[in-house]
Design a protein around this ligand. Sequence first.
Ligand SMILES: Nc1ncnc2c1ncn2[C@@H]1O[C@H](COP(=O)(O)OP(=O)(O)OP(=O)(O)O)[C@@H](O)[C@H]1O
Ligand SMILES: [Mg+2]
Length: 465
Amino acid sequence: MASILIVDDDVGIRTLLKDSLESDGHEVFGFISAEEGLEHLNRYDPDLILLDLNLPGIQGFDFLQKINAEKRSIPVVIITSNNDVGSAVKAMKLGAYDYICKPFILDELSVIVQKVIDSKVKDEHIAFLRRRTQYSDTERIVGDSAPMQEVYKFIEHVANTSKTTVLIRGETGTGKELVAKAIHYQSDRANKPFIDINCSAFNENLLEAELFGYEPGAFTDAKRRKKGLLELAHQGTFFLDEIGDMAVGLQAKILKVIEKQSFRRLGGTQEIRVDTRIISATSRNLEECIKKKTFREDLYYRLNVAVVTLPPLRERNGDVLALADYFLTVYNHEFKKNIQGFSDDVKSLLTKYTWPGNVRELRNAIEKAVLFETSDKITINNFKIAGLDSSKNINFLISSSNFNLPLDGISLREIEKALIENALISTRGNQSKAAKLLKISRETFKYRMRKYGINYGQNQMKLFV
Ligand SMILES: Nc1ncnc2c1ncn2[C@@H]1O[C@H](COP(=O)(O)OP(=O)(O)OP(=O)(O)O)[C@@H](O)[C@H]1O
Ligand SMILES: [Mg+2]
């Protein structure tokens, strides 16, 4: 279905065109003058304009030029009389898409309208193919661990059932959006749009307007008609991200869309049919949300048809290093660097850390490290993980450094003495600073120095270092 705007002062022609196009299933708005047409252009955002050249007031040519000047890519088809084809040709030079001669055969009109719609679809298809190439280059799913094998099986299975509603669960950063895209691009909807919206990014009213669109006058700011995102996802996939954050009132409306496969724009009366597969994702515990009455039970059951829970990175043995290598390649490319790998202590840190922010956290850590690294390997100095200052986490330090308790034990006194000496070395013998490093008072520090017979003064330390 296309939405078509007709500008012609001849009421007979307007009615004829309107009836014929409406019976082909299009939405048609007729206007008597270029002024009226221009005034309503924004409101209706048409897919096609049928334009008579001889109009009262502003002429068709000027109308065409105004549209061109605004760089709106709405195709305009000229309606002309047989003895004025010259003007129509001139209009095409000005950017009109085609022309039809009066008196016209209605079938001819249908053919032209279909041609316009097809070429629009073709443009969208090209844009899609462009996006898809980007997708396959930068959005691979990496990891061969056993839990990921299950995820791949799931993707393959649901990709083949292109109507099934899908729910993707998992902690933050586990790749829910990536999996949603993979399902779309492996399904037979792949060359249709993948439209996504993050439910937590909008308040209830805005989200509703985005999802369903609106007619002019539906609310104070609704000056022009806006199509809903659901409409744009026709024949494609609609990804509702963070559905657990959607307001309860809207949840009821989304449930209706899933069940009826149709909806109305806000302020609209027309029922718009959409054929779209809904994939939703959440990192929330929906069962808890139901108990707290922030999530509707009926929607939960409707969504809970094909469900996958993405494993957190800490449970994906072996994947961390594969992902790290992958992101190293990605960011080497992006920052035009040629870093060859990771130093051993970084590798050890990568595998021992628990990654609460999952793959996203890993990705960010590697991005920063690649950016700042100046040697040909990622070194520990440039490998910082937000939320974990490894130097302060004793357990982590002990388990990830080369320090392992010897089988026959070790003297705690020796370790304490070594730490005090170490602190003195790193502060070049400045006892106050060394005490601070070990988080003890200067008096306690001095006491321990005496206790262990350490008596380097500042001068000696200078020699020592
Ligand atoms: N298996 C994977 N292979 C490669 N990249 C991945 C993988 N999993 C996640 N990523 C990357 O990690 C980042 C986070 O993934 P994504 O946005 O899909 O996670 P999410 O589960 O939707 O997170 P959130 O709940 O925070 O929205 C993205 O940059 C994504 O490309
Ligand atoms: Mg996400």
